[in-house]
Design a protein around this ligand. Structure first.
Ligand code: PMP
Ligand code: GLU
Length: 396
């Protein structure tokens, strides 16, 4: 008789975003007329100067392992960017380059948590956080924020959720899936609770370059004391349209960075050498592409929000950043749509894909039943098509 697989690993649910994206890509490859709003992945190509740097790295035979925490030049470039953008001071020894922000998040949790520890996770949250907390042997403690608070957890809610076992908080501003942004005052209040309770903060700032018309507050800028307890996460995937290159990083107190780097040296050796050199060009080279993509995303967001307001039965708040529309479909639940009863966001998303060929992400696994997420990192033409099909689906 075979022995069972690991209990922790067997309990992991496959990522909804990756699952939907794979379904969409298969249907498209089969020649079906589908429109994808699934995975949050910029539709832009990686800028030319970055591609050229990657090609040059291959030509120059940059094909050996790098130090576990990444090449010095890239660690320095991350420090320079944080200084330039937010006047934040980090040294290269405080930066650990990884194979994507997702890996940095996981290694951060593995670095902080022991079995039995609790990690506060404000909902709605990105699907991977909950699973990663469990994979690290810790327990997620979900704190729900609804539309009345613009999906933002208050410092009081955080304080109320803490126990003697609470080790860390995951913050994600702008948020995937809601697009909401915390302001400085809110972050100060949250930081005060974390300091009083001695909590670590994992601040996932992967969408910091995709904020529309408002200043962005990077969490460690709140103060030196909270900065020492914060692991700042970012990467090149979203801001430079480099999802497939797989480069992210964590910035933290040197002691934390050292443990993360040792962990990484065994778990993955080091991130891809070629990708690190391309990421170096992304950070050090011209930054105009960020502004161009930002402007395109803002235009799409405005168009999307306006169209949604004119459709009966669904609604959304205007997101401050990232590239997601977080749509409330609660009024549609319990109703019959296209001849079938729809009881959940999961039902809705499956039926919408089957009947109209539109892939959206149901947010049940994002701690947000009754919501679906549309990524508007796709062309204006696709956005129009998707919303036309939503109207047709709802019989409008
Ligand atoms: N954090 C958030 C909130 C995300 O949406 C994503 C997108 N996959 C990531 C982290 C991971 O990004 P990557 O691993 O591509 O750097
Ligand atoms: N972050 C993106 C999303 O939420 C990419 C897919 C993933 O890694 O989950 O869709």
């Amino acid at each position: 008789m075979k022995k069972p697989l690991s209990r922790v690993a067997s309990a992991v649910q496959a990522s909804t975003t990756i699952r939907i994206d794979a379904m969409y890509k298969t249907m498209k490859a089969e020649g079906q007329d589908v429109v994808g709003f699934g995975a949050g992945e910029p539709d832009f190509n990686t800028p030319e100067n970055i591609k050229t740097a990657g090609i040059q790295a291959i030509v120059d035979n940059m094909s050996k392992y790098t130090p576990a925490a990444g090449i010095d030049a890239l660690r320095k470039a991350v420090c320079a960017q944080l200084d330039r953008d937010y006047s934040l001071t980090y040294t290269p020894a405080q930066v650990v380059i990884s194979s994507g922000a997702k890996q940095s998040l996981f290694f951060a949790l593995m670095t902080l948590c022991d079995p039995g520890d609790e990690v506060i996770l404000p909902a709605p949250y990105w699907v991977s956080y909950e699973e990663m907390i469990r994979m690290a042997g810790a327990t997620p403690v979900i704190v729900s924020a609804d539309e009345s608070s613009m999906f933002r957890m208050t410092a009081q809610q955080l304080d109320d959720a803490c126990t003697s076992k609470t080790k860390a908080l995951i913050l994600n501003s702008p948020s995937n899936p809601t697009g909401m942004l915390y302001n400085r005052e809110e972050l100060e209040a949250i930081a005060a609770v974390c300091l009083r309770r001695g909590l670590y903060v994992i601040s996932d700032e992967i969408y910091d370059k995709l904020v529309f018309g408002q200043p962005y507050v990077s969490f460690p800028t709140i103060g030196q004391d909270i900065k020492a307890q914060t692991i700042l996460i970012n990467g090149v995937s979203k801001s430079y349209a480099m999802t497939g290159w797989r480069i992210g990083w964590a910035c933290a107190d040197a002691e934390i960075a050292k443990v993360m780097s040792a962990y990484q040296s065994h778990a993955s050796s080091a991130p891809s050498t070629v990708s690190q050199l391309a990421a170096l060009e992304a950070l050090d080279g011209p930054q105009e592409s960020i502004l161009e993509m930002q402007a395109a995303f803002e235009k799409r967001r405005d168009f999307f929000v306006k169209r949604v307001a004119a459709i009966d039965g669904v609604s959304c708040l205007k997101p401050d950043g990232a590239f997601y529309i977080f749509m409330n479909i609660k009024k549609l639940l319990g109703r019959e749509i296209a001849g079938r009863r729809v009881d959940s966001a999961d039902d809705f998303a499956s039926l919408f894909l089957e009947k109209q060929g539109v892939a959206v992400v149901p947010c049940d696994s994002f701690g947000a039943p009754g919501y679906i997420r549309w990524s508007y990192a796709t062309s204006m033409e696709n956005i129009e098509k998707g919303l036309d099909r939503l109207e047709a689906f709802l019989g409008q």
